[in-house]
Design a protein around this ligand. Structure first.
Ligand code: ZN
Length: 116
C-alpha cells in the first residue's frame, strides 16, 4: 500500500459552507441535499466533476461541479471505515453510565425490599 502525502490533502480539502460573498450555495455531491442547518459542515475536496444542477429553495439554479460532501455523508462514510465521532461516543458513554447508575440504585433498593 502506498502511503499518502497528507500535506497535499491539507492544501486541497477545505470547509465549504459559504462562498466568498457569504452565501450558502452547496449541494452535497453524494445525497444532493442542500442542508440549511448552519451547524452542518460541508467539505470541498478540491476535485471537479459534472454533477448536474439543483435548484435551491430560493429558486437559484446551482451547478454541482465540485466534489463537496455534507457532514451526514462524511460521517456515514467514516463509520464504514471504522471512524467514529469521539464526541458523540463520549456523550453516549456518559449517558449510559448515568442510566446504569440509576438502574443499579433501583436494583439495590429492590434487593433491600426483598430482605425486609
Ligand atoms: Zn450528503
Amino acid at each position: 500500500m502506498l502511503l499518502a502525502d497528507t500535506r497535499s490533502y491539507g492544501d486541497k480539502i477545505t470547509i465549504a459552507n459559504f462562498d466568498d460573498r457569504g452565501i450558502f450555495k452547496n449541494f452535497c455531491s453524494s445525497c444532493f441535499q442542500q442542508k440549511l442547518n448552519p451547524e452542518e459542515v460541508f467539505v470541498d475536496f478540491g476535485s471537479t466533476w459534472d454533477g448536474g444542477t439543483q435548484r435551491s429553495d430560493e429558486g437559484i439554479l446551482i451547478s454541482i461541479d465540485d466534489l463537496v460532501l455534507c457532514q451526514a455523508c462524511l460521517e456515514f462514510a467514516a463509520r464504514l471505515i471504522g471512524l467514529e465521532d469521539s464526541n458523540k461516543l463520549n456523550k453516549e458513554i456518559a449517558d449510559l453510565k448515568r442510566e446504569n447508575k440509576k438502574l443499579l440504585a433501583k436494583v439495590s433498593m429492590a434487593e433491600r425490599d426483598l430482605k425486609t
